[in-house]
Design a protein around this ligand. Structure first.
Ligand code: 8YV
Length: 327
């Protein structure tokens, strides 16, 4: 019997390709080409499965043009690149890669918070540019992290990881806002207090965004929300581009209406709003919050396990639309 065909949309660890090859006829992309929609559709012809990253959009147009597709396995916890309703309607299973990146991503959220609060990249640029000719008592004064109020918008697994680091490691006063309030046990674990979004904006010294992107979280932080924040506050986005209105943020940073920001994700990435590149009080990183080798390997293996589990036994590990399994 011939093996099902699977398209691996982007470059990935050779050992993941090898595992997939034991079960499937694989078309891979180790040259790491970023596909247009038309190219993606062409590549998916005759494929039962696709291994995707956040860069590949799987929408009704793609699904309609690829009737053989049974599963799309995303190597990401976020899946706003999937139209899940369209996938369900067409009987295509979607899977994501939760849990395996939680701690690594929470580590990075904290790294960005620290770098932003203590002006790490800005001061390094100054040093590299040969501008450091003498010490001065107020040079690169930042804001304290220990004992400050840590606000978290979006209190899923990664948000909870950041809360624990802040509360237990840095003695921070942790407040959060989320669609639903955590159980009393989880709140106690995180030492976190539930507040309204307005209170969160007004009280946080460091506000970390960890909520999923959807139509309802689009520009959850725009000019009005930035205006409610303290002028000394730092804003950190490790969630998704589009949750922050980047143009409004660049203006707030330029006018010092908030002190600083740390951004790992951007509207329209890999493009970055040109005004953000002009302001010194922002730390910018290229969507690397989950980027450690063990974590990226675990994410790749989980996406592969979803393809293998579903296409060989009908049993995916982390389905997004499990109703497809009983269709
Ligand atoms: C991924 C991410 O590296 O998991 C997510 O949702 O944003 C990152 O960890 C990226 O999306 C690649 O798919």
């Amino acid at each position: 019997m011939s093996k099902p065909s699977v398209f691996v949309a982007r470059a990935i660890f050779p050992e993941v390709i090898e595992r997939l090859s034991a079960h499937f006829d694989i078309e891979s992309n180790q040259a790491d080409t970023v596909w247009t929609k038309a190219q993606l559709i062409e590549k998916l012809q005759g494929k039962a499965g696709a291994f995707t990253t956040s860069s590949e959009r799987i929408d009704e147009e793609v699904l309609a043009a690829c009737p053989g597709l049974k599963i799309v396995a995303n190597m990401a916890v976020g899946y706003n690149n999937f139209d899940v309703a369209a996938m369900t309607a067409r009987g295509v299973l979607g899977t994501n890669a939760p849990d395996v990146l939680t701690e690594t991503t929470a580590d990075f959220g904290f790294a960005l918070l620290m770098a932003t609060a203590r002006r790490v990249t800005e001061s390094e640029h100054y040093l590299r540019a040969g501008q450091w000719t003498k010490w001065n008592y107020e040079m690169f004064s930042g804001s304290d992290v220990h004992g400050a109020t840590l606000g978290i918008l979006g209190m899923g697994r990664i948000g909870q990881g950041i809360a624990k680091r802040g509360a237990h490691g840095f003695g921070m006063n942790v407040i959060y806002h989320n669609r639903s309030r955590l159980s009393a046990d989880l709140e106690a674990d995180c030492k976190a207090r539930y507040v309204s979004k307005d209170e969160l904006l007004a009280q946080a010294d460091h506000l970390v965004l960890v909520l999923p992107y959807s139509a309802s979280s689009h520009h959850a932080i725009g000019a009005a929300e930035l205006a409610r924040m303290k002028p000394t506050a730092n804003l950190i986005n490790i969630a998704r581009g589009g949750i922050v209105d980047d143009a409004a943020l660049a203006a707030a940073l330029r006018d010092r209406r908030i002190a600083a920001a740390g951004l790992d994700v951007f509207e329209g990435e890999p493009s970055v709003h040109p005004d953000l590149l002009k302001v010194p009080n922002v730390v910018l990183t290229p969507h690397i919050a989950s980027a450690t080798v063990p974590t990226r390997l675990a994410m790749g293996n989980l996406a592969a396990d979803n393809l293998i589990g579903y296409l060989t036994q009908g049993k995916p590990l982390t389905p997004l639309n499990p109703e497809v399994l009983s269709q």
